[in-house]
Write a protein that binds this ligand. Sequence first.
Ligand code: AHG
Ligand code: MN
Ligand code: MN
Length: 322
Amino acid sequence: MAMTLFQHVRQRHTPELAALITAIADGAATIERRIRTAGLDDILGAAGSENVQGEAQQKLDVLADNTLIEVLKALPSVAAVVSEEDEEPVIFEGRPNAKFIAIFDPLDGSSNIDVNVNVGTIVSIQALKPGVSVREAILQPGTEQIAALYVNYGPSTILVYTAGNGVHAFTLAEGEFLLSSEDMKMPEQGPYYSMNEGNIGESQLVYGKAISRFRDGTLVGGKKYSSRYVGSFIADFHRTLLKGGVFLYPPTKKAPNGKLRLLYEANPLSFIAEQAGGAASNGRYRILEIVPTEPHVRTPLIIGSQSEVAAIGGLISISPRE
Ligand code: AHG
Ligand code: MN
Ligand code: MN
């Protein structure tokens, strides 16, 4: 039988980190089971509440959030969790030896739940070092992450993680995540750009220029690009990890700091991108070096193969600030 996720992490890291990543994977397997038959269990559609982002919560957002909080609360090594779905961090009191903070987007791609398109779970793990408060530990830059993972609930359910020693993928089979790809590398350059082109008129002109130059092949390596956009970040990123290219969510009038959240979308997937030989920036700076001001802060995001991320960054650096 292929290596299990626990065996893989335990061979390289501490028992507590292996137990933490495995517990998150168990939570993801529970979420996956609910997604598989969502249409039969009246858990599709809106929950009738709003989250801190001012977005209507889907029933599955709330279910996934509760599932992850439960599995993490059961681990004494976890001091607190931060979730897209909860305004304030959930602090587990009376844990003097706790080592980790788990920061997550329990269900990414909520707009795709009801139409049976891939959705995911994204988790960033930060360390709680002695003498540092939980709040300070939450607001560390992405360079400090201990580990990052996402689960892509699709035709296969695939968990991809890094703990600083490469990117590895596991496929869910009978409730167990089994090793399916080891030490994954993102192609240097890819065939795709991925952006919600409905926002082109809303973003700075430089992004429209970048897209038109992807289309006519004058931006990177003389190749004409194809467009792919799923609308679930984990699905657009997973394709970019495997095939190369670039995903971008620039600032828009509606989201002047970008739509994606730094702590539980951009940071974990930027850590994975860099570990696979890719790159991630906000247009001017490396995502992982941004120091967060608050847990739900948003960021513009350009993430993918080195060539494309650099090319867009280069265009921005010579473009007048609008
Ligand atoms: P979430 O469902 O966790 O709120 O995330 C949705 C995000 C991300 O998954 C995706 O890339 C982006 O929203 C799509 O935004 P648009 O619909 O504006 O393109
Ligand atoms: Mn999301
Ligand atoms: Mn979400």
